[in-house]
Design a protein around this ligand. Structure first.
Ligand code: FAD
Length: 500
Protein backbone atom coordinates (compact mmCIF):
# COMPACT_ATOMS: atom_id res chain seq x y z
CA UNK A 1 0.00 0.00 0.00
CA UNK A 2 1.36 3.45 -0.81
CA UNK A 3 0.28 4.64 2.64
CA UNK A 4 2.56 2.07 4.26
CA UNK A 5 5.27 2.92 1.82
CA UNK A 6 4.96 6.55 2.85
CA UNK A 7 5.51 5.61 6.48
CA UNK A 8 8.62 3.70 5.49
CA UNK A 9 9.69 6.67 3.42
CA UNK A 10 10.06 8.71 6.59
CA UNK A 11 12.67 6.27 7.85
CA UNK A 12 15.49 6.49 5.33
CA UNK A 13 17.46 3.59 6.85
CA UNK A 14 14.69 1.10 6.28
CA UNK A 15 13.62 2.59 2.93
CA UNK A 16 15.65 0.47 0.56
CA UNK A 17 13.28 -0.44 -2.26
CA UNK A 18 14.07 -3.43 -4.41
CA UNK A 19 15.37 -3.54 -7.96
CA UNK A 20 14.66 -7.04 -9.26
CA UNK A 21 16.33 -8.49 -12.38
CA UNK A 22 15.44 -11.79 -14.08
CA UNK A 23 17.27 -13.62 -16.87
CA UNK A 24 17.95 -17.32 -17.44
CA UNK A 25 21.26 -16.57 -19.20
CA UNK A 26 23.65 -16.58 -16.19
CA UNK A 27 26.33 -14.52 -17.91
CA UNK A 28 23.88 -11.79 -18.97
CA UNK A 29 22.22 -11.75 -15.54
CA UNK A 30 25.68 -11.42 -13.96
CA UNK A 31 26.34 -8.34 -16.06
CA UNK A 32 23.06 -6.70 -15.07
CA UNK A 33 23.69 -7.55 -11.42
CA UNK A 34 27.20 -6.06 -11.47
CA UNK A 35 25.95 -2.84 -13.08
CA UNK A 36 23.06 -2.51 -10.63
CA UNK A 37 25.14 -3.20 -7.54
CA UNK A 38 27.91 -0.83 -8.67
CA UNK A 39 25.58 2.14 -8.99
CA UNK A 40 22.52 1.64 -6.79
CA UNK A 41 23.27 -0.71 -3.92
CA UNK A 42 23.68 2.02 -1.32
CA UNK A 43 20.04 3.03 -1.67
CA UNK A 44 18.33 0.01 -3.26
CA UNK A 45 18.32 -3.73 -2.64
CA UNK A 46 19.40 -5.55 -5.78
CA UNK A 47 17.73 -8.96 -6.15
CA UNK A 48 18.41 -11.30 -9.08
CA UNK A 49 16.61 -14.47 -10.14
CA UNK A 50 17.59 -17.01 -12.80
CA UNK A 51 14.13 -17.76 -14.20
CA UNK A 52 10.72 -16.10 -14.54
CA UNK A 53 8.72 -18.27 -12.09
CA UNK A 54 11.33 -17.62 -9.39
CA UNK A 55 10.99 -13.91 -10.13
CA UNK A 56 7.20 -14.03 -9.67
CA UNK A 57 7.56 -16.00 -6.43
CA UNK A 58 10.12 -13.48 -5.17
CA UNK A 59 7.65 -10.65 -5.87
CA UNK A 60 4.93 -12.45 -3.92
CA UNK A 61 7.35 -12.94 -1.00
CA UNK A 62 8.37 -9.29 -1.10
CA UNK A 63 4.71 -8.30 -1.06
CA UNK A 64 4.08 -10.39 2.05
CA UNK A 65 7.15 -8.78 3.66
CA UNK A 66 5.66 -5.34 2.74
CA UNK A 67 8.78 -4.41 0.76
CA UNK A 68 8.73 -1.73 -1.93
CA UNK A 69 9.71 -2.70 -5.45
CA UNK A 70 10.87 0.17 -7.65
CA UNK A 71 11.99 -1.55 -10.87
CA UNK A 72 11.66 -5.00 -12.40
CA UNK A 73 14.02 -5.83 -15.26
CA UNK A 74 13.59 -8.93 -17.43
CA UNK A 75 15.22 -10.40 -20.51
CA UNK A 76 12.78 -11.13 -23.33
CA UNK A 77 14.29 -14.45 -24.38
CA UNK A 78 13.74 -16.82 -21.48
CA UNK A 79 12.93 -20.50 -21.85
CA UNK A 80 9.62 -20.96 -19.99
CA UNK A 81 8.06 -17.50 -20.00
CA UNK A 82 9.17 -14.59 -22.13
CA UNK A 83 10.01 -11.20 -20.68
CA UNK A 84 6.85 -9.42 -21.87
CA UNK A 85 4.61 -12.11 -20.31
CA UNK A 86 6.62 -11.97 -17.10
CA UNK A 87 6.55 -8.17 -16.85
CA UNK A 88 2.81 -8.09 -17.60
CA UNK A 89 2.30 -10.31 -14.55
CA UNK A 90 4.35 -7.99 -12.34
CA UNK A 91 1.28 -5.70 -12.32
CA UNK A 92 -0.57 -8.31 -10.22
CA UNK A 93 1.71 -7.72 -7.23
CA UNK A 94 3.42 -4.39 -7.88
CA UNK A 95 1.36 -2.22 -10.27
CA UNK A 96 3.53 0.82 -9.58
CA UNK A 97 6.90 -0.85 -10.22
CA UNK A 98 8.60 0.32 -13.41
CA UNK A 99 9.17 -2.49 -15.88
CA UNK A 100 12.16 -2.66 -18.24
CA UNK A 101 12.54 -5.29 -20.96
CA UNK A 102 16.03 -6.24 -22.17
CA UNK A 103 16.25 -7.41 -25.78
CA UNK A 104 18.96 -8.67 -28.09
CA UNK A 105 19.97 -6.05 -30.70
CA UNK A 106 19.20 -8.32 -33.69
CA UNK A 107 15.91 -9.72 -32.35
CA UNK A 108 13.51 -8.48 -35.04
CA UNK A 109 10.66 -10.67 -33.83
CA UNK A 110 10.65 -9.00 -30.41
CA UNK A 111 11.13 -5.56 -31.97
CA UNK A 112 7.75 -6.04 -33.68
CA UNK A 113 6.08 -6.85 -30.34
CA UNK A 114 7.41 -3.79 -28.54
CA UNK A 115 4.95 -1.05 -29.61
CA UNK A 116 2.01 -3.28 -28.63
CA UNK A 117 3.62 -4.25 -25.31
CA UNK A 118 4.17 -0.60 -24.40
CA UNK A 119 0.75 0.47 -25.63
CA UNK A 120 -0.98 -2.14 -23.52
CA UNK A 121 1.10 -1.18 -20.49
CA UNK A 122 2.83 -4.59 -20.20
CA UNK A 123 6.23 -2.91 -20.15
CA UNK A 124 7.32 0.68 -19.53
CA UNK A 125 10.32 0.65 -21.82
CA UNK A 126 12.95 -1.55 -23.46
CA UNK A 127 16.70 -1.42 -23.82
CA UNK A 128 19.36 -3.60 -25.43
CA UNK A 129 20.99 -6.31 -23.35
CA UNK A 130 24.12 -5.10 -21.64
CA UNK A 131 27.56 -5.34 -23.19
CA UNK A 132 30.88 -4.66 -21.47
CA UNK A 133 30.87 -1.37 -19.55
CA UNK A 134 30.22 1.49 -19.96
CA UNK A 135 26.43 0.92 -20.14
CA UNK A 136 25.28 4.49 -19.80
CA UNK A 137 22.11 4.07 -21.90
CA UNK A 138 20.93 1.36 -19.52
CA UNK A 139 21.72 3.54 -16.51
CA UNK A 140 19.91 6.50 -17.99
CA UNK A 141 16.72 4.44 -18.23
CA UNK A 142 17.18 3.06 -14.71
CA UNK A 143 17.81 6.48 -13.16
CA UNK A 144 14.86 8.01 -15.07
CA UNK A 145 12.67 5.22 -13.72
CA UNK A 146 13.96 5.77 -10.19
CA UNK A 147 13.33 9.49 -10.45
CA UNK A 148 9.72 8.89 -11.53
CA UNK A 149 9.10 6.14 -9.01
CA UNK A 150 10.47 8.10 -6.03
CA UNK A 151 8.64 11.33 -6.95
CA UNK A 152 5.75 10.94 -4.48
CA UNK A 153 8.05 9.70 -1.71
CA UNK A 154 10.46 12.58 -2.27
CA UNK A 155 7.59 15.01 -1.92
CA UNK A 156 6.66 13.41 1.40
CA UNK A 157 10.20 13.34 2.76
CA UNK A 158 11.27 16.78 1.60
CA UNK A 159 7.94 18.53 2.13
CA UNK A 160 8.43 22.29 2.05
CA UNK A 161 4.80 22.99 2.83
CA UNK A 162 2.54 21.23 5.31
CA UNK A 163 -1.22 21.35 4.88
CA UNK A 164 -3.69 20.56 7.70
CA UNK A 165 -7.36 20.19 6.82
CA UNK A 166 -10.41 18.03 6.43
CA UNK A 167 -9.64 14.92 4.41
CA UNK A 168 -12.27 15.50 1.73
CA UNK A 169 -12.44 19.30 1.71
CA UNK A 170 -12.54 21.23 -1.54
CA UNK A 171 -10.10 23.88 -0.31
CA UNK A 172 -7.53 21.23 0.62
CA UNK A 173 -7.92 19.78 -2.85
CA UNK A 174 -7.45 23.21 -4.49
CA UNK A 175 -4.42 24.12 -2.37
CA UNK A 176 -2.84 20.72 -3.07
CA UNK A 177 -3.49 21.03 -6.80
CA UNK A 178 -1.83 24.43 -6.85
CA UNK A 179 1.26 23.22 -4.97
CA UNK A 180 1.53 20.26 -7.32
CA UNK A 181 1.36 22.47 -10.38
CA UNK A 182 4.20 24.59 -8.95
CA UNK A 183 6.10 21.36 -8.15
CA UNK A 184 6.31 22.36 -4.48
CA UNK A 185 6.81 19.25 -2.32
CA UNK A 186 4.16 19.19 0.39
CA UNK A 187 2.50 16.82 2.79
CA UNK A 188 -1.08 16.68 3.95
CA UNK A 189 -2.13 15.95 7.53
CA UNK A 190 -5.81 15.24 8.24
CA UNK A 191 -7.07 17.47 11.03
CA UNK A 192 -8.29 14.42 12.96
CA UNK A 193 -4.85 12.77 12.92
CA UNK A 194 -2.26 12.99 15.68
CA UNK A 195 0.20 14.69 13.32
CA UNK A 196 -2.44 17.19 12.18
CA UNK A 197 -3.32 18.18 15.76
CA UNK A 198 0.36 18.43 16.73
CA UNK A 199 1.13 20.66 13.76
CA UNK A 200 -1.75 23.03 14.55
CA UNK A 201 -0.47 23.29 18.11
CA UNK A 202 3.08 23.90 16.90
CA UNK A 203 2.02 26.86 14.74
CA UNK A 204 -0.52 28.15 17.29
CA UNK A 205 -3.63 27.77 15.10
CA UNK A 206 -7.00 26.24 15.88
CA UNK A 207 -9.02 23.82 13.78
CA UNK A 208 -11.90 26.29 13.45
CA UNK A 209 -10.83 27.63 10.04
CA UNK A 210 -9.15 25.19 7.72
CA UNK A 211 -7.04 24.45 5.82
CA UNK A 212 -3.98 25.77 7.57
CA UNK A 213 -1.02 25.93 5.18
CA UNK A 214 2.35 26.00 6.91
CA UNK A 215 5.01 27.59 4.74
CA UNK A 216 8.78 27.05 4.85
CA UNK A 217 10.04 28.83 7.96
CA UNK A 218 6.84 28.08 9.88
CA UNK A 219 4.54 30.93 8.75
CA UNK A 220 1.00 29.57 8.89
CA UNK A 221 -1.65 30.82 6.45
CA UNK A 222 -5.24 30.20 7.51
CA UNK A 223 -7.57 29.27 4.63
CA UNK A 224 -5.42 31.28 2.21
CA UNK A 225 -6.47 32.40 -1.26
CA UNK A 226 -4.61 30.67 -4.11
CA UNK A 227 -2.78 33.91 -4.80
CA UNK A 228 -1.34 34.02 -1.25
CA UNK A 229 0.04 30.50 -1.63
CA UNK A 230 1.39 31.14 -5.13
CA UNK A 231 3.08 34.40 -4.14
CA UNK A 232 5.39 32.52 -1.78
CA UNK A 233 6.81 30.42 -4.59
CA UNK A 234 6.51 32.36 -7.81
CA UNK A 235 8.80 35.21 -8.57
CA UNK A 236 7.20 36.28 -11.82
CA UNK A 237 8.68 39.43 -13.29
CA UNK A 238 5.73 41.78 -13.09
CA UNK A 239 5.82 44.34 -15.91
CA UNK A 240 6.39 47.91 -14.83
CA UNK A 241 3.61 50.37 -15.44
CA UNK A 242 3.67 51.82 -18.94
CA UNK A 243 5.93 49.05 -20.30
CA UNK A 244 4.90 47.89 -23.78
CA UNK A 245 5.32 44.51 -25.47
CA UNK A 246 5.23 43.29 -29.06
CA UNK A 247 3.07 40.33 -28.04
CA UNK A 248 0.92 39.67 -24.97
CA UNK A 249 0.03 36.00 -24.58
CA UNK A 250 -2.95 35.14 -22.36
CA UNK A 251 -2.47 31.63 -20.95
CA UNK A 252 0.68 29.68 -20.16
CA UNK A 253 -0.38 26.28 -21.51
CA UNK A 254 1.50 24.51 -24.33
CA UNK A 255 0.10 26.88 -26.99
CA UNK A 256 0.92 30.08 -25.09
CA UNK A 257 4.36 28.86 -24.03
CA UNK A 258 5.21 27.86 -27.60
CA UNK A 259 4.16 31.30 -28.84
CA UNK A 260 6.30 32.87 -26.10
CA UNK A 261 9.37 30.75 -26.84
CA UNK A 262 9.20 31.19 -30.63
CA UNK A 263 8.38 34.89 -30.36
CA UNK A 264 11.25 35.56 -27.95
CA UNK A 265 13.68 33.55 -30.10
CA UNK A 266 12.75 35.83 -33.00
CA UNK A 267 13.49 38.97 -31.04
CA UNK A 268 9.94 39.98 -30.07
CA UNK A 269 9.28 41.25 -26.55
CA UNK A 270 6.70 38.95 -24.94
CA UNK A 271 4.50 39.08 -21.85
CA UNK A 272 2.81 35.83 -20.79
CA UNK A 273 -0.16 36.23 -18.43
CA UNK A 274 -1.22 33.05 -16.60
CA UNK A 275 -4.01 32.84 -14.04
CA UNK A 276 -2.96 29.61 -12.29
CA UNK A 277 0.32 27.89 -13.06
CA UNK A 278 2.28 27.30 -16.22
CA UNK A 279 1.71 24.08 -18.12
CA UNK A 280 -2.04 24.29 -18.70
CA UNK A 281 -4.00 21.07 -18.92
CA UNK A 282 -0.83 19.16 -19.71
CA UNK A 283 0.16 19.69 -16.07
CA UNK A 284 -2.95 17.83 -14.96
CA UNK A 285 -2.59 14.76 -17.14
CA UNK A 286 -1.11 11.53 -15.83
CA UNK A 287 0.69 10.86 -19.08
CA UNK A 288 0.89 12.82 -22.31
CA UNK A 289 1.25 10.34 -25.12
CA UNK A 290 1.60 11.03 -28.84
CA UNK A 291 4.18 13.79 -28.42
CA UNK A 292 6.93 13.37 -30.95
CA UNK A 293 10.36 12.67 -29.50
CA UNK A 294 9.16 11.20 -26.19
CA UNK A 295 8.82 7.48 -26.83
CA UNK A 296 7.71 6.72 -23.27
CA UNK A 297 5.33 9.67 -23.09
CA UNK A 298 5.71 12.62 -20.74
CA UNK A 299 4.20 12.32 -17.34
CA UNK A 300 2.14 15.20 -16.00
CA UNK A 301 2.39 15.96 -12.31
CA UNK A 302 -0.95 16.63 -10.77
CA UNK A 303 -2.90 13.46 -11.24
CA UNK A 304 0.09 11.34 -10.33
CA UNK A 305 0.65 12.73 -6.89
CA UNK A 306 -3.01 13.34 -6.23
CA UNK A 307 -3.87 9.74 -7.02
CA UNK A 308 -0.99 8.62 -4.81
CA UNK A 309 -2.37 10.59 -1.90
CA UNK A 310 -5.92 9.49 -2.53
CA UNK A 311 -4.86 5.89 -2.80
CA UNK A 312 -3.86 5.93 0.83
CA UNK A 313 -7.37 7.21 1.60
CA UNK A 314 -9.33 4.60 -0.40
CA UNK A 315 -10.18 1.50 1.57
CA UNK A 316 -9.54 -1.69 -0.05
CA UNK A 317 -12.42 -2.98 -2.14
CA UNK A 318 -14.02 0.42 -2.71
CA UNK A 319 -15.27 1.51 -6.10
CA UNK A 320 -13.79 4.45 -7.95
CA UNK A 321 -15.68 5.91 -10.93
CA UNK A 322 -14.50 7.98 -13.88
CA UNK A 323 -17.06 9.75 -16.07
CA UNK A 324 -16.21 10.36 -19.72
CA UNK A 325 -15.54 8.55 -22.96
CA UNK A 326 -12.55 10.46 -24.37
CA UNK A 327 -8.80 10.06 -23.95
CA UNK A 328 -8.52 12.06 -20.74
CA UNK A 329 -11.09 9.80 -19.04
CA UNK A 330 -9.37 6.67 -20.36
CA UNK A 331 -6.00 7.85 -19.11
CA UNK A 332 -7.40 8.74 -15.72
CA UNK A 333 -9.02 5.29 -15.43
CA UNK A 334 -5.78 3.55 -16.37
CA UNK A 335 -3.81 5.65 -13.96
CA UNK A 336 -6.22 5.10 -11.08
CA UNK A 337 -6.25 1.36 -11.72
CA UNK A 338 -2.74 1.25 -10.27
CA UNK A 339 -3.99 2.56 -6.94
CA UNK A 340 -7.66 1.63 -6.54
CA UNK A 341 -8.88 -1.96 -6.47
CA UNK A 342 -11.67 -1.33 -9.02
CA UNK A 343 -12.22 1.49 -11.47
CA UNK A 344 -15.39 1.86 -13.52
CA UNK A 345 -15.50 4.09 -16.57
CA UNK A 346 -18.99 5.51 -17.14
CA UNK A 347 -19.64 6.33 -20.78
CA UNK A 348 -22.79 8.05 -22.01
CA UNK A 349 -22.57 6.71 -25.56
CA UNK A 350 -22.83 3.15 -26.80
CA UNK A 351 -19.15 2.73 -27.71
CA UNK A 352 -15.69 4.13 -27.09
CA UNK A 353 -14.43 3.88 -30.66
CA UNK A 354 -15.56 7.31 -31.82
CA UNK A 355 -14.13 9.24 -28.88
CA UNK A 356 -11.09 7.38 -27.57
CA UNK A 357 -7.75 6.45 -29.16
CA UNK A 358 -7.38 2.84 -30.14
CA UNK A 359 -4.29 2.33 -27.94
CA UNK A 360 -6.23 3.36 -24.83
CA UNK A 361 -9.21 1.15 -25.63
CA UNK A 362 -6.84 -1.81 -25.96
CA UNK A 363 -5.05 -0.87 -22.73
CA UNK A 364 -8.37 -0.69 -20.87
CA UNK A 365 -9.51 -4.04 -22.28
CA UNK A 366 -6.25 -5.62 -21.11
CA UNK A 367 -6.57 -4.31 -17.55
CA UNK A 368 -8.48 -6.57 -15.17
CA UNK A 369 -9.58 -3.98 -12.62
CA UNK A 370 -10.99 -1.45 -15.11
CA UNK A 371 -14.61 -1.95 -16.16
CA UNK A 372 -16.48 0.03 -18.82
CA UNK A 373 -20.20 0.75 -18.54
CA UNK A 374 -21.58 2.06 -21.82
CA UNK A 375 -24.94 3.89 -22.19
CA UNK A 376 -24.60 5.02 -18.59
CA UNK A 377 -25.17 8.45 -17.06
CA UNK A 378 -24.63 9.74 -13.53
CA UNK A 379 -27.98 11.19 -12.45
CA UNK A 380 -27.44 11.57 -8.70
CA UNK A 381 -25.27 10.81 -5.72
CA UNK A 382 -24.80 11.53 -2.03
CA UNK A 383 -23.04 10.77 1.23
CA UNK A 384 -22.27 12.14 4.68
CA UNK A 385 -19.63 14.84 4.26
CA UNK A 386 -18.12 13.03 1.27
CA UNK A 387 -19.20 10.96 -1.69
CA UNK A 388 -20.52 7.54 -0.69
CA UNK A 389 -22.93 6.59 -3.47
CA UNK A 390 -23.87 7.37 -7.05
CA UNK A 391 -27.13 6.97 -8.91
CA UNK A 392 -26.54 5.58 -12.40
CA UNK A 393 -29.03 5.46 -15.23
CA UNK A 394 -28.88 3.02 -18.13
CA UNK A 395 -29.97 5.17 -21.06
CA UNK A 396 -31.06 2.16 -23.11
CA UNK A 397 -33.41 0.63 -20.49
CA UNK A 398 -34.03 3.82 -18.40
CA UNK A 399 -33.24 1.65 -15.37
CA UNK A 400 -31.58 3.47 -12.43
CA UNK A 401 -29.49 1.91 -9.69
CA UNK A 402 -27.62 3.22 -6.65
CA UNK A 403 -24.05 1.98 -6.27
CA UNK A 404 -21.48 2.54 -3.49
CA UNK A 405 -18.73 4.93 -4.67
CA UNK A 406 -15.60 6.15 -2.90
CA UNK A 407 -14.58 8.69 -5.52
CA UNK A 408 -15.77 10.20 -8.78
CA UNK A 409 -13.45 11.74 -11.37
CA UNK A 410 -15.27 13.85 -13.97
CA UNK A 411 -13.45 14.19 -17.31
CA UNK A 412 -16.11 15.33 -19.71
CA UNK A 413 -14.41 18.11 -21.61
CA UNK A 414 -13.08 21.57 -21.06
CA UNK A 415 -14.84 24.93 -20.88
CA UNK A 416 -12.98 27.60 -22.89
CA UNK A 417 -13.20 30.36 -20.22
CA UNK A 418 -13.58 33.19 -22.74
CA UNK A 419 -16.38 35.12 -21.00
CA UNK A 420 -13.96 37.99 -20.33
CA UNK A 421 -13.27 38.64 -24.03
CA UNK A 422 -14.89 41.75 -25.51
CA UNK A 423 -17.77 41.06 -27.90
CA UNK A 424 -15.63 42.22 -30.84
CA UNK A 425 -13.79 38.89 -30.55
CA UNK A 426 -16.35 36.53 -32.03
CA UNK A 427 -16.87 33.15 -30.33
CA UNK A 428 -19.06 30.18 -31.21
CA UNK A 429 -22.08 29.02 -29.19
CA UNK A 430 -19.84 27.24 -26.67
CA UNK A 431 -17.35 30.08 -26.25
CA UNK A 432 -14.58 28.78 -28.52
CA UNK A 433 -12.91 31.58 -30.49
CA UNK A 434 -13.49 31.77 -34.27
CA UNK A 435 -10.45 32.36 -36.47
CA UNK A 436 -9.50 32.63 -40.15
CA UNK A 437 -11.92 31.09 -42.63
CA UNK A 438 -14.43 30.28 -39.88
CA UNK A 439 -15.15 34.01 -39.62
CA UNK A 440 -16.27 34.33 -43.23
CA UNK A 441 -19.93 33.86 -43.94
CA UNK A 442 -20.63 33.11 -47.61
CA UNK A 443 -17.15 34.43 -48.33
CA UNK A 444 -17.97 37.82 -46.77
CA UNK A 445 -15.58 39.42 -44.24
CA UNK A 446 -16.70 39.78 -40.60
CA UNK A 447 -18.98 42.74 -39.86
CA UNK A 448 -16.56 45.01 -38.05
CA UNK A 449 -13.47 43.91 -39.95
CA UNK A 450 -11.95 47.05 -41.51
CA UNK A 451 -9.00 45.62 -43.46
CA UNK A 452 -9.00 44.70 -47.16
CA UNK A 453 -7.45 41.29 -46.51
CA UNK A 454 -9.32 38.42 -44.82
CA UNK A 455 -8.30 37.29 -41.30
CA UNK A 456 -5.16 35.14 -41.28
CA UNK A 457 -5.43 31.44 -40.41
CA UNK A 458 -5.26 31.94 -36.61
CA UNK A 459 -6.44 35.53 -36.48
CA UNK A 460 -9.67 36.40 -34.69
CA UNK A 461 -12.32 38.93 -35.75
CA UNK A 462 -10.04 41.67 -34.34
CA UNK A 463 -6.92 42.27 -36.47
CA UNK A 464 -3.78 41.46 -34.48
CA UNK A 465 -5.58 39.26 -31.95
CA UNK A 466 -4.83 35.56 -32.50
CA UNK A 467 -6.28 32.42 -30.92
CA UNK A 468 -4.24 29.22 -30.64
CA UNK A 469 -4.65 25.82 -29.02
CA UNK A 470 -7.71 24.33 -27.36
CA UNK A 471 -9.50 27.67 -27.03
CA UNK A 472 -9.75 27.99 -30.81
CA UNK A 473 -12.95 26.82 -32.49
CA UNK A 474 -12.31 23.60 -34.40
CA UNK A 475 -8.81 23.00 -33.00
CA UNK A 476 -7.48 19.50 -32.45
CA UNK A 477 -7.30 19.09 -28.70
CA UNK A 478 -3.72 17.85 -28.51
CA UNK A 479 -0.44 19.14 -27.07
CA UNK A 480 1.37 18.85 -30.39
CA UNK A 481 -1.24 20.89 -32.27
CA UNK A 482 -1.36 23.52 -29.49
CA UNK A 483 2.43 23.87 -29.65
CA UNK A 484 2.30 23.96 -33.46
CA UNK A 485 -0.35 26.66 -33.52
CA UNK A 486 1.47 28.71 -30.87
CA UNK A 487 4.63 28.69 -32.93
CA UNK A 488 3.08 29.46 -36.32
CA UNK A 489 1.01 32.28 -34.85
CA UNK A 490 4.28 34.17 -34.38
CA UNK A 491 4.75 34.25 -38.14
CA UNK A 492 1.32 35.86 -38.41
CA UNK A 493 2.23 38.33 -35.68
CA UNK A 494 5.20 39.39 -37.82
CA UNK A 495 2.79 39.83 -40.76
CA UNK A 496 0.50 41.98 -38.63
CA UNK A 497 3.35 44.08 -37.21
CA UNK A 498 4.56 44.66 -40.78
CA UNK A 499 1.17 46.20 -41.58
CA UNK A 500 1.14 48.65 -38.67
C1 FAD B 1 -6.29 14.56 -18.41
C2 FAD B 1 -5.81 15.04 -19.76
C3 FAD B 1 -5.06 14.18 -20.57
C4 FAD B 1 -4.60 14.60 -21.81
N1 FAD B 1 -3.83 13.76 -22.56
C5 FAD B 1 -3.30 14.18 -23.72
C6 FAD B 1 -2.43 13.33 -24.48
O1 FAD B 1 -2.13 12.20 -24.10
N2 FAD B 1 -1.91 13.82 -25.66
C7 FAD B 1 -2.18 15.07 -26.09
O2 FAD B 1 -1.65 15.47 -27.12
N3 FAD B 1 -3.03 15.89 -25.41
C8 FAD B 1 -3.60 15.47 -24.24
N4 FAD B 1 -4.45 16.30 -23.54
C9 FAD B 1 -4.86 17.57 -24.13
C10 FAD B 1 -3.79 18.65 -23.98
O3 FAD B 1 -3.39 18.75 -22.61
C11 FAD B 1 -4.36 19.98 -24.47
O4 FAD B 1 -4.76 19.84 -25.81
C12 FAD B 1 -3.32 21.10 -24.38
O5 FAD B 1 -2.90 21.28 -23.03
C13 FAD B 1 -3.89 22.41 -24.92
O6 FAD B 1 -2.97 23.44 -24.71
P1 FAD B 1 -3.43 24.96 -24.65
O7 FAD B 1 -2.22 25.76 -24.35
O8 FAD B 1 -4.20 25.27 -25.88
O9 FAD B 1 -4.50 25.06 -23.47
P2 FAD B 1 -4.39 24.72 -21.93
O10 FAD B 1 -3.45 23.59 -21.69
O11 FAD B 1 -5.79 24.59 -21.47
O12 FAD B 1 -3.72 26.02 -21.28
C14 FAD B 1 -4.43 27.23 -21.16
C15 FAD B 1 -3.81 28.04 -20.01
O13 FAD B 1 -4.44 29.32 -20.00
C16 FAD B 1 -4.71 29.72 -18.67
N5 FAD B 1 -5.82 30.69 -18.72
C17 FAD B 1 -7.10 30.46 -19.09
N6 FAD B 1 -7.79 31.61 -19.04
C18 FAD B 1 -6.94 32.58 -18.64
C19 FAD B 1 -7.06 33.99 -18.40
N7 FAD B 1 -8.22 34.64 -18.56
N8 FAD B 1 -5.96 34.66 -18.00
C20 FAD B 1 -4.78 34.03 -17.84
N9 FAD B 1 -4.60 32.71 -18.04
C21 FAD B 1 -5.66 32.00 -18.44
C22 FAD B 1 -5.06 28.41 -17.97
O14 FAD B 1 -4.84 28.53 -16.57
C23 FAD B 1 -4.07 27.44 -18.64
O15 FAD B 1 -2.84 27.37 -17.94
C24 FAD B 1 -4.92 15.91 -22.28
C25 FAD B 1 -5.69 16.77 -21.48
C26 FAD B 1 -6.13 16.36 -20.23
C27 FAD B 1 -6.94 17.29 -19.35
Amino acid sequence: MPGDAMKAAHEPNTFRPVILAVDDEPEDLGRVERELRKRYEADYRVVCEGYAEAGLQKLRDLKVAEANVAIVIAAQRMSRMNGVEFLARVRETYPLAKRLLLINPMDRETAELLPGAMTLGYIDFFEFKLGPPPNERFHRVVTDFLEEWTEPYRSEIHALVRVVGERWSRRVHEASALLERYSVPYSFYPVDSEEGRALLEEVGKSSERLPVVVMPGGRALVDPANREVADVFVSANAPSSGQTFDVVVIGGGPAGLAAGVYGASEGLSILIVEREAIGGQAGSSSLIRNYLGFARGISGQKLTYQAFQQASLFLKGQEVYVVGGANSAGQAAMHLSKYASNVTLLVRSGSLEASMSDYLIKEIEATDNVRVRLNTQVVGGGGEGRLERLVLKDSASEHTETVPAAALFVLIGAVPRTEWLPEEVVVDGRGFVLTGGDLLSDGRLPERWDLQRPPMLLETSVPGVFAVGDVRHGSVKRVASAVGEGSIAIQMVHGHLGET
